[in-house]
Design a protein around this ligand. Structure first.
Ligand code: ACO
Length: 411
């Protein structure tokens, strides 16, 4: 049996803090309204254009890797959950892979809005349990400030930017991720949506003038949905792990709104000391909220070895997800790391930059060689230089007989 243990964690939030008082100067709102309706006092925003979803994720990832003493080259898979990706493509996960120098990792983005981090954790668990991966880096990263309409008081008071990372390792020691529950209801897709910029509404001057590239939300409906699914998903994931509610030491819910958390957790009759809340200082960082909260819970001593934790989230889609986790870092590898390994860990950041630079220049230089065919002999990681065998042509299907009554024929 293979278990997926969390062996490293990290978080990062941009420096600039935007308080409710700052928002009072931007839209018609009050600190009192925001605090009483949401519990939020302040949030971090990526005011520096150099701070992006990928750079935030890389900073959180480096902390997680350093904590675990794992070199980026050991990572098998990187999953970035985000609703504010760097681009539609390439995946933000690939940019993170390059910045870390995770030379043998597969990388992809996962889109399940605020539930995304728990979805990604579930995928990481499955990859490890099936034997497909030994080390998986799971990230939740958002720069929602870039897709927020700062003139819309219904949404701009809610969101914040940040990133959180967990590193998972395969182990035969029971523990780690015990169970996960994933759910969706696409009939509510229009309740929380970024309408333009995809294939339905490609970006045009009209979509821009109508502000369709900003978050749109029906807050009341999302609120109703959230209070319904949070308690249900928590109960389901605990039952799936073969546990009872009393066995749970701490629930780390998606940090969207204090009232949603209070209402769903009191429906479960969970006392407040079993629920972790830090949204007052971060706002709703969407998919990053659970890993950021987990890091703070560990830092403040709210999580101890052998504790049973539940992560539970909801979000656009509509989606919801929960995970039950047995906290406890498995014993480190028996041998202390060699000087070479310690040196490689200490120099991973400049090495990744150098590697990325060499790969880019290698590509450019080979493109200048006369007769270059696209098959580069330099470092095509994971690619073979051999010519692939010719693909056998597919037999053409027999021509279709038109139906006797003429039904289906184009009119
Ligand atoms: N300041 C002052 N007044 C405001 C503000 C504001 N920032 N925003 C809205 N209002 C007004 C509204 O216009 C409304 O006025 P009206 O009655 O004259 O129309 C009034 O306040 C009350 O609005 P409600 O919608 O009833 O307020 P509610 O108590 O439901 O709180 C809120 C609104 C905070 C948005 C709540 O509905 C909520 O948290 N919903 C869930 C949102 C959420 O969690 N979204 C993220 C999901 S996760 C993801 O995938 C990103």
């Amino acid at each position: 049996m293979r278990y997926a243990h969390i062996i490293g964690w990290g978080k990062y939030a941009p420096e600039r803090v935007l308080t409710n008082a700052d928002l009072e100067k931007m839209v018609e709102t009050t600190d009192e309204w925001i605090r009483s309706r949401t519990g939020i006092r302040e949030r971090h925003v990526a005011a520096n254009p150099k701070d992006t979803t990928a750079t935030l994720a890389v900073r959180a990832a480096r902390d997680a890797l350093n904590m675990a003493g794992v070199h980026p080259a050991q990572i098998d898979l990187i999953i970035v959950s985000t609703s504010s990706p760097e681009h539609i493509f390439p995946a933000t996960a690939c940019l993170v892979q390059d910045a870390l120098g995770a030379s043998k990792a597969g990388a992809f983005d996962l889109s399940a809005a605020c539930s995304g981090f728990v979805y990604a954790l579930s995928m990481a668990h499955a990859s490890i349990a099936s034997g497909n991966a030994d080390y998986v880096l799971v990230l939740g990263s958002e720069t929602l400030s870039r897709i927020t309409d700062w003139k819309d008081r219904n949404t701009c008071v809610l969101f914040g930017d940040g990133a959180g990372a967990l590193l998972l390792r395969a182990s035969e020691q029971p523990g780690g991720v015990l169970s996960t529950v994933l759910g969706s209801d696409g009939s509510g897709g229009d309740l929380l949506i970024l309408p333009a910029g995809g294939s339905r509404f490609p970006t045009t001057p009209e979509t821009l003038s109508q502000g369709m590239h900003y978050i749109k939300m029906d807050g009341r409906e999302v609120f109703r949905f959230a209070t319904r699914v949070m308690a249900k998903a928590t109960q389901e994931v605990i039952a799936k792990a073969g546990l009872r509610l009393d066995d749970v030491n701490l629930v780390i819910p998606h940090q969207a709104n204090e009232r949603i958390i209070n209402s769903s957790m009191s429906a479960l009759k969970l006392p407040p000391d079993k629920v972790f809340v830090n949204l007052d200082r971060y706002g709703n960082t969407s998919t990053a909220s659970i890993p950021i909260a987990l890091c703070e819970a560990v830092e403040t001593g709210r999580v101890r070895p052998n504790d049973t934790l539940v992560f539970v989230g909801f979000g656009a889609g509509l989606t919801w997800a929960a995970a039950a986790v047995k906290w406890g870092v498995p014993p480190p590898p028996p041998k202390p790391p060699s000087w070479w390994r310690r040196f490689r860990l200490a120099t991973q950041s400049p090495w990744a930059t150098l590697r990325s630079w060499a790969l880019r220049w290698g590509r450019r230089i080979y493109a200048l060689i006369p007769g270059y065919s696209g098959e580069s002999p330099y470092l095509p990681i994971g690619r073979t230089k051999e010519t692939p065998p010719p693909v056998a042509p597919r037999p053409s299907p027999p021509p279709e007989e038109p139906p006797a009554d003429g039904a289906g024929a184009p009119s």
